[in-house]
Design a protein around this ligand. Structure first.
Ligand code: TYM
Length: 335
C-alpha cells in the first residue's frame, strides 16, 4: 500500500498535563506523519471517564491537550484533530466489538490489572473493555499505523486480534493496526527517579511536563540522584547516571553529549555542571512549547473551530466505515 493510502490514527487521554513521554512517544511522530499520511488524532475523553468520572475539569483539560499538541506542531489543517466523544459512531463500533472480545483476555491485560490496583473502589466495566474502545477508535478509520509509546504495545496487539476476529467472522473490512515509531523501537521515557515511566497524573515530581516553568524544570533536574563520579576510567554507568544521558539524547546537541561521555570515561565529569547543562537544554526545548500552548489555549474561538473542523473530517470517515460494517454484519434489513 502506498504511503498516502495508509491511514494513521492515535489518541491521548485528557487526564493531566502532557509530558516529555507523550511528546517523544507519540506527538513527535504525529507531527512527522501528518505530512505523509491521512491522519486522525484525537483527545480520548471517553477513555478518561474510566478512571476520572468527575467531569468538572474535563473541558479545561481537553483544551490543554488540544493546545499542547498544536504547540508541538500538530496542524489541524493537515490532520483531523478531534474529540473522541464527538464521534458517536465510535460507541456503536465499540458495542459490536464487545461481542467479539472475551472477558478472559480483557482481564489479563496489564493496564487493566494496574488500574484495578490503583482504583480498587472503581473497577468498572469500562475499565475492563478499555482496549475494545481503543480498537474502535483505530479501526473506525480503517487505520493501519498507530503512533504510540511502548506502554501501548499490548493494546495494539489486542486491537489486531479484535480486527482479525471481526474480519474472520464477517468478512475482510479492517486492515491490521500496528504500533508505529519512526525510530527502530517504541519509546519509553523513564521518570526522573528511575522508577517506571513519566506519567500524566502519577509521580509528578519525577515527570517533566510541557507546561513546567523554567524553575520547575531546573528544580526537578537538580533533585535527580547522582554520585561523586566514576572511580575508574571507562566504567559502566549505573542506571541513575544512564538516565541523564538518556534525557540528553532527547534534547541536547550531539557535541554536548559527546563532551559529557568523554568526561565520564576519563573520570572528570562534574554532575553539577551536567545537571545545569541538561536543565538549560530542557528549558530551550520545553519553554517555547509551553508559551505557545498558553497563547493558543486562550483563544477559545480557535479551540472550538479546531474541534469542529476535526469532528467534521472524522465523522465523514466514521460514517463510511460504519456503513460497510453494518452491511458486513448483516445489520441492513432495508437493503
Ligand atoms: P496516554 O494518554 O496514556 O498517552 C498518550 C501517548 O503518549 C505515550 N506515552 C509515552 N511514551 C513514551 N514514554 C512515556 N513515558 C509515555 N507516557 C505516555 C503513550 O504511549 C501514548 O501514545 N490508551 C491511550 C489513548 C488512546 C489511544 C487510542 C491511543 C485512546 N484511543 C487509539 C492510540 C489509538 C492512552 O491512554 O494514552
Amino acid at each position: 500500500m502506498g504511503k498516502q493510502q495508509e491511514i494513521v490514527m492515535s489518541g491521548i487521554r485528557p487526564t493531566g498535563f502532557l509530558h516529555l513521554g507523550n511528546y517523544f512517544g507519540a506527538v513527535r511522530n504525529y507531527v512527522r506523519m501528518q505530512s505523509d499520511y491521512t491522519c486522525y488524532f484525537m483527545v480520548a475523553d471517553l477513555h478518561s471517564l474510566t478512571t476520572h468520572p468527575d467531569t468538572s475539569e474535563l473541558k479545561t483539560n481537553i483544551y490543554r491537550v488540544l493546545s499542547e499538541n498544536i504547540a508541538c506542531g500538530l496542524d489541524p489543517d493537515k490532520a483531523a484533530f478531534y474529540c473522541q466523544s464527538h464521534i458517536f459512531e465510535t460507541s456503536e463500533l465499540y458495542l459490536y466489538l464487545n461481542m467479539l472480545a472475551y472477558v478472559g483476555e480483557l482481564e489479563k491485560t496489564v493496564t487493566f490489572k494496574d488500574k484495578v490496583r490503583q482504583h480498587e473502589n472503581n473497577v468498572n466495566a469500562g475499565l475492563l473493555t478499555y482496549p475494545v474502545l481503543q480498537t474502535a477508535d483505530i479501526i473506525l478509520h480503517r487505520a493501519s499505523l498507530v503512533p504510540v509509546g511502548k506502554d501501548q504495545e499490548q493494546h495494539l496487539e489486542m486491537a489486531r486480534n479484535f480486527a482479525n476476529r471481526f474480519n474472520h467472522r464477517y468478512g475482510d473490512v479492517f486492515p491490521e493496526p500496528k504500533a508505529f515509531n519512526y525510530g527502530e523501537e517504541l519509546i519509553k521515557v523513564p521518570s526522573l527517579d528511575g522508577k517506571g515511566k513519566m506519567s500524566k497524573s502519577e509521580n509528578q515530581n519525577a515527570t517533566l511536563y510541557l507546561s513546567d516553568t523554567d524553575e520547575d524544570i531546573t528544580k526537578k533536574i537538580k533533585k535527580m540522584k547522582s554520585d561523586s563520579g566514576p572511580a575508574e576510567k571507562n566504567s559502566a554507568k549505573p542506571d541513575y547516571i544512564e538516565l541523564f544521558f538518556s534525557l540528553m539524547q532527547l534534547v541536547s546537541p550531539a557535541e554536548v553529549i559527546e563532551k559529557y561521555e568523554a568526561d565520564y570515561n576519563n573520570c572528570t565529569i562534574r554532575y553539577g555542571d551536567l545537571k545545569q547543562q541538561l536543565a538549560e537544554d530542557m528549558i530551550r526545548f520545553i519553554g517555547p512549547i509551553r508559551d505557545k500552548a498558553e497563547q493558543i489555549r486562550n483563544d477559545e474561538k480557535y479551540m472550538k473551530d479546531v474541534m469542529e473542523k476535526g469532528a467534521g473530517k472524522a465523522r465523514k470517515s466514521a460514517r463510511e466505515t460504519m456503513e460497510i460494517v453494518r452491511n458486513a454484519m448483516g445489520l441492513n434489513y432495508f437493503a
